[in-house]
Design a protein around this ligand. Structure first.
Ligand code: CA
Length: 487
């Protein structure tokens, strides 16, 4: 009897060892996914993207050790809608988050699918979708916009005030999530920074960075908005007139000319913006070092992106919303050693709705047919499919609202961009090759008649394919008040 019980125990030990090995093999087979997203970080403030105004050595590590995308675009350039598009892999008119409205967390999301498929899922940092996160084993998020200093964070429904700087805290919590994870499962972590969102409050460490230098002004700093639709002229996000006291944080020196005051305001704005990014860069470096130390660097896909682009004084603006390049383009860099070739750059046109299906494909899970984006895994493996998209559809809904950017939709191809401000009944057409700064609309130029006809056809084709039949056109933006207000 004693012998058979011993044999039974031995068999149990053998079986548990076998199971544990099997499970860790399964975890090793499937990569961890660390999705790091900043808020309002324009690609042209990353040195890997050729920034003329700052250096981001740690962010560049992701691009240098993997692939950098030159043409990653957002389908609706504003915080809350971009987050909903990323989670669902669907455009705003399908996922229901066109403005700052509440995300219906009952709908399918990539987090839910990965969780169901055996991933340990986490969401840390800026959530900004009003409803509580769903599909996450662990979540700890800022309420609404959150604070830069000593922020409140809501951990699985319980609010805690945490001392310190948001970017450091979010990073600490991300590292802790990875440390505490169940080791028999791969993890999926959405690590979302608040920075560098307005009002651009740096930490003490970087408060005096750039004190003694002048940051170069962008080429379109003195744009006068002529030769375009009227939307640009009426937008209230100008460096010279629309930055407020909270943004500037200092009184301007007395007696400045209008031109000198505008230059002074730009320096105040851009230096604080870049200081916030310097802290992100340090903290991303900290996460990358941690992964290496833990031996997780080989089997973790690390992504760095931002929820949209941003105007860095371009066209005399801060903020985003327009379909113009600076706001439309997202930084997107991915490293996955052994699977993605280092130092590679892709010009493939990818969108924020592509992220969800990409994660699912890497996790070996099916991509539901309702998902509108496409997995970019082939591009990451250096194989651009022949039928990969060469045009994208964009739509912005949030008007009337802060910054008074008129509603618009449009199509961008590899060469051209057509924008329709439907409330104004005004169009813009840009030849991005000849006019990369989008200063001169050629919509009325007869030389572009054929191009225009093709683009209008393409725009209608995309609208039909994606199911946008103006179902949200008469719905005014819903303002979310209280701690969730903002964008
Ligand atoms: Ca944003």
């Amino acid at each position: 009897m004693a012998g058979s019980s011993e044999a039974f125990i031995q068999m149990k030990i053998f079986l548990s060892l076998f199971l544990a090995l099997g499970l860790s093999a399964a975890a090793a087979d499937r990569p961890n996914i660390l999705f790091i997203m900043a808020d309002d970080h324009a690609a042209h403030a990353i040195s890997a993207y050729g920034s003329k105004i700052n250096q981001t050595p740690n962010l560049d590590r992701i691009g240098n050790e993997g692939m950098r995308f030159e043409n990653c675009f957002v389908v609706n350039s504003i915080c809350t809608p971009s987050r909903a598009a990323i989670l669902t892999g669907k455009y705003s008119h399908i996922n229901g988050v066109t403005v700052f409205n509440r995300f219906d967390g009952r709908q399918p999301t990539v987090a839910k699918m990965l969780q169901k498929g055996g991933y340990h899922t986490g969401m840390i940092g800026k959530w900004h979708l009003t409803s509580n996160p769903t599909g996450f084993d662990y979540w700890n998020v800022l309420p609404g916009q959150g604070q830069y200093h000593n922020p409140n964070l809501i951990e699985m429904g319980k609010t805690n005030k945490i001392k310190g700087y948001a970017t450091d805290i979010i990073t600490d919590l991300g590292i802790k999530f990875i440390q505490d994870r169940p080791k028999d499962k791969p993890f999926f972590l959405m690590l979302h920074h608040k920075a560098p969102h307005r009002p651009w409050e740096p930490d003490d460490k970087h408060a005096h960075m750039y004190d003694d230098v002048d940051i170069p002004e962008p080429a379109t700093f003195n744009d006068d908005y002529s030769h375009r639709a009227s939307a640009a002229k009426v937008a209230t996000m100008r460096i010279d007139v629309d930055l407020n006291k909270k943004d500037l944080k200092q009184e301007p020196p007395p007696g400045l000319s209008a031109e000198a005051l505008k230059k002074w305001k730009y320096q105040r704005y851009i230096k604080d913006y870049l200081r916030c990014i310097a802290s992100i860069d340090d903290n991303v470096g900290r996460v990358l070092d941690f992964l290496k130390k833990e031996g997780l660097d080989k089997n973790t896909i690390v992504i760095y992106t931002s929820d949209q682009g941003f105007f860095l004084g371009d066209h005399d603006w801060f903020d985003k919303r327009f379909m113009y390049e600076e706001s439309l383009r997202m930084p997107f860099m991915v490293r996955y050693p052994g699977k993605i070739k280092p130092h590679t750059v892709s010009d493939g046109m990818i969108l924020n709705v592509d992220f969800a299906p990409t994660f699912l494909e890497y996790a070996g899970l099916p991509v539901p047919p309702e998902i509108q984006g496409h997995s970019i895994k082939p591009l990451l493996e250096g194989k651009k499919p022949k039928d990969w998209r060469t045009s994208m559809y964009y739509r912005y809904y949030c008007h009337p609202s802060e910054h008074t950017v008129n509603k618009h939709y449009g199509v961008r191809t590899e060469r051209y961009k057509l924008i329709f401000y439907h409330d104004l009944n005004e169009w813009e057409l840009f030849d991005l090759k000849k006019d990369p700064h989008e200063l001169n609309s050629v919509y009325a130029d007869p030389k572009f008649a054929d191009v225009l006809a093709d683009l209008k056809k393409e725009l209608e084709r995309l609208r039909k394919e994606l199911g946008d039949h103006d179902q949200w056109v008469d719905k005014p933006p819903k303002s979310v008040t209280g701690p969730d207000a903002g964008q």
